[in-house]
Write a protein that binds this ligand. Structure first.
Ligand SMILES: [Zn+2]
Length: 360
């Protein structure tokens, strides 16, 4: 009888702790300050034809991104999103249909936005892009301590503040930022080229910010060589061009991001390590204002707390664009990611509830 109870207890423990989902790997992609407006509606007519916000040869961007209706325009802007994620995954945040995603923080800019995503928590004290090392524990370092995930959780960012947001000095994770080479004695030839290549790009965004194409090559070379299980890629071109008032480049940046995401997803689906067991999440850190305030975000730019979430993977029902009333917040992503991997995220602060509808 005693033995039976022990066997039953062991069975129960095993059943409770077993990963209920197929997801073994997570790819997270952040698009800094890319608006839901363009994601769901495509190019904005009040901006794409504006002389103020476009270069002299803007006709080629009108040709590239304009079309007779929103469906055509959004598919021209982000073809992978609308031909693939909309078919096999989920998109939250089309406010025209009453489906809402918002940031929980009250600041509506970059450090607080990323901190909220990765910690699952809005900390009112984290109120500046110059904030030092983040005291709040994040889901990446939580997963990095789990058996089988040690050293397998990595981040690649265009913006150098991500090193402080994730507090790499505390957790020792690889957080590769602007200007830094990936180190190691066993680098592949592609990794070595990626290290060199990033120093050839003009410093168009000023100190601390490298172009996304460089960040992408660094991350893809690493993924191919090392097979990390959790990868956070943090892109910034869209925010840089928007702050600069360049709508043509802002659109083109979003389009290039879509192409890079497509390239990565296609690679993952032909690598047995990732194929069929990797979930992709895409989101921004904040939105932007409307009308002439599209260049800006923050408390003085209404609507810049409005965002979106895209998810695609083996555990996510293929319900596409969400067309019903709903509301999620970005402090829910951290627990969602942990749960997809079979973990319950706990930290030195409260954590937002998961988005249950992304899991079967
Ligand atoms: Zn930002």
């Amino acid at each position: 009888m005693k033995a039976l109870i022990i066997v039953a207890a062991l069975f129960l423990v095993t059943a409770v702790s077993a990963q209920p989902f197929k997801t073994k790997n997570i790819i997270m992609i952040s698009m800094d300050g890319f608006r839901w407006h363009e994601l769901f509606r495509g190019a904005d007519s009040s901006l794409i034809f504006s002389k103020k916000y476009n270069s002299i040869d803007s006709a080629r961007y009108v040709q590239k991104f304009w079309g007779p209706d929103e469906q055509t325009r959004r598919e021209k802007l982000m073809p992978f999103v609308w031909q693939h994620i909309a078919q096999y995954g989920q998109l939250y945040g089309n406010r025209d249909l009453g489906n809402k995603v918002n940031v929980r923080n009250t600041f509506w800019f970059s450090y607080p936005g990323r901190s909220e995503v990765q910690t699952g928590y809005f900390d009112p004290a984290v109120n500046s892009n110059d904030y030092p090392d983040n005291p709040n524990e994040n889901v990446l370092e939580f997963i990095n301590k789990k058996k089988g995930y040690e050293g397998k959780v990595v981040s690649f960012a265009s913006w150098d503040a991500v090193a402080r947001i994730l507090n790499r000095d505390r957790n020792g994770m690889l957080v590769n930022i602007d200007g830094e080479d990936v180190k190691g004695d066993d680098l592949t030839s592609l990794q070595k080229e990626a290290n060199r290549f990033q120093h050839y790009s003009p410093d168009i965004f000023g100190p601390g910010e490298r172009p996304d194409a460089d960040t992408y090559l660094m991350s893809k070379a690493y993924i191919m060589a090392k097979h990390p299980k959790v990868v956070y890629i943090d892109f910034g071109d869209t925010d840089e061009y928007a702050h600069g008032g360049r709508y043509d480049f802002y659109l083109d940046g979003a389009n290039k991001t879509d192409i890079m995401i497509s390239d990565l997803w296609n690679y993952l689906q032909q690598d047995p390590f990732y194929k069929g067991q990797t979930t992709l999440l895409i989101f921004p850190d904040h939105g932007r204002g409307e009308g002439s305030q599209w260049t800006s975000h923050g408390q003085k730019a209404p609507h810049s707390d409005e965002t979106y979430l895209m998810v695609m993977g083996p555990d996510t029902p293929a319900t596409g664009e969400q067309k019903t009333q709903g509301q999620i917040y970005q402090d829910q992503y951290a627990q969602t990611m942990a749960m997809l991997l079979g973990f319950h995220f706990t930290a030195n602060h409260p954590v937002g509830e998961p988005v249950n509808s992304v899991m079967k």
